[in-house]
Ligand binder design. Structure first.
Ligand SMILES: Cc1cc2nc3c(=O)[nH]c(=O)nc-3n(C[C@H](O)[C@H](O)[C@H](O)COP(=O)(O)OP(=O)(O)OC[C@H]3O[C@@H](n4cnc5c(N)ncnc54)[C@H](O)[C@@H]3O)c2cc1C
Length: 396
């Protein structure tokens, strides 16, 4: 337990360091997907300072503040990590690095990986040298994920992988993929699943991007055709991958629940004031919008308080567990409501894809993207089933 005076000292040190090191350009709102820095061996930037900012933060281990320092992480306690978050948000600092390695694979490797896997992969994730994508879904296995059919056959010193994944976000940019594969068909469908790490450059891996109505897409189909994967890339025990898969999903759901909460850098009330203006009484003139904005701001505060409580409760246990379904459901519904309101506040201008004052359609694109929040990482219906069964204890 860190004392309060130590925490105060830590806060001063963080404030000083951020003041001296966070570039001004990285203290501006994230306006589009391109403003998220994903790292990887072929990185893309919307601003040259993105890499400098990520490198400076990685040196301190603050791209992954709570990971152990032996793997390059910050080694911070939850209290210290919360202070770092607060201080970054006070100056509007962007998250330096965003990746599936940080939000999903890293926590799973810390829990289930062996020493070689941790020391090989975690430092590269911290420094953003390698990007990962997620090979869970298949054409016949989305909500019913355990029905997956991609096969990994043990041929002695390696596995031979054959099959297809779908909706693999950023597979065309990723260096590695973490995959669920079937190593045994003899038991129930949750048995015989294994968790495998595959290099995308391996012979026999191919990727086909999927186009979307919004004109932009990170989706891909990923195919495995006789891909040789070394046995040391198996995480955990062969056939026991379902437990790792579920653990990783709780982290994915927690991450998705927070999507878009602060990306504009302004509260809805500030956007409303700017876009619509205030009446003579100092309030938004449109009563319906005024009520909706106030209600959403209150609900966002309640959600933040619930997240704090759930994280505190999780401290003593095994992570968020089934509570991640509550925060995923509530967080994504709030995010959808937030963007619906943003569209209303911007009026007909919000629908423009081209022409003056339309930012290349970023607003309608971001709004359309939120529609996927209640599907990705497990749909809202599936989260409600989990809450009913595992949180409320209702019968199936
Ligand atoms: C933006 C986005 C990014 C994604 N990125 C990735 C990725 O990187 N890697 C990856 O592996 N996957 C990814 N996915 C896939 C995602 O995990 C699946 O879309 C999701 O799990 C739902 O599966 P499905 O699309 O096959 O829908 P289905 O399972 O076919 O479901 C269709 C509908 O039926 C409902 N339904 C199904 N079963 C039940 C049930 N038992 N009770 C009640 N309702 C039910 C669902 O809720 C849904 O409304 C992504 C999806 C999106 C939208």
């Amino acid at each position: 337990m860190v004392s309060l005076s130590d925490l105060e000292e830590f806060r001063h040190e963080v404030r000083r360091w951020l003041g001296a090191n966070c570039p001004e350009s990285m203290r501006t709102p994230v306006l589009s997907d391109a403003d998220y820095y994903l790292g990887g061996s072929n990185p893309e930037f919307s601003h040259p300072d993105q890499k400098r900012w990520a490198d400076l933060m990685a040196e301190k281990g603050w791209t992954t503040p709570t990971w152990p320092s032996e793997y390059g992480g910050g080694g911070l306690t939850r209290e210290e990590a919360a202070i770092l978050r607060d201080e970054m948000s006070a100056i509007g600092a962007r998250s330096p690095l965003n990746s599936f390695g940080i939000s999903m694979l890293g926590p799973a490797l810390l829990e289930y990986g062996n020493e070689d896997q941790k020391s090989e992969h975690l430092p590269k994730i911290v420094r953003g040298e390698i990007t990962w994508c997620q090979g869970y879904s298949e054409p016949g296995a989305g909500s019913d994920l355990a029905s997956l059919q991609t096969r990994a056959e043990d041929t002695g010193d390696h596995y031979l992988v054959n099959g297809q994944k779908v909706w693999t976000s950023f597979a065309d940019k990723a260096d590695w993929i973490f995959c669920l594969v079937r190593t045994d068909n003899s038991g129930t469908k949750h048995e015989g699943i294994s968790f495998l790490l595959v290099e995308m450059a391996s012979e026999g891996v191919s990727v086909r991007p999927i186009k979307l109505i919004s004109g932009k897409s990170s989706f891909c189909e990923t195919f495995f055709d006789n891909v040789r994967v070394p046995k040391e890339n198996l995480v955990g025990e062969e056939g026991k991958g379902w437990e790792i898969a579920k653990y990783l999903l709780t982290h994915e759901r927690e991450t998705i629940s927070g999507f878009g909460q602060d990306s504009s850098g302004r509260t809805l009330a500030e956007v409303a004031t700017e876009e619509i203006g205030l009446g003579a009484d100092g309030r938004l003139e449109d009563g319906v919008l005024r009520r909706d904005v106030a209600q959403l701001e209150v609900d966002l505060l309640a959600f933040a308080a619930t997240m704090d409580r759930v994280r505190d409760e999780a401290k003593a246990g095994q992570g968020l567990g089934a509570a991640s379904s509550i925060v995923k459901y509530c967080g994504t519904e709030l995010n959808k409501r937030r963007f619906e309101l943003m569209m209303s506040l911007h009026g007909e201008r919000a629908l423009a894809w081209e022409g003056e004052h339309c930012d290349d359609g970023e607003m309608p694109r971001a709004w359309l993207r939120t529609k996927a929040n209640s599907i990705e990482g497990g749909t809202s219906e599936i989260q409600l089933n989990i809450v009913a069964k595992r949180v409320l204890g209702l019968p199936s």
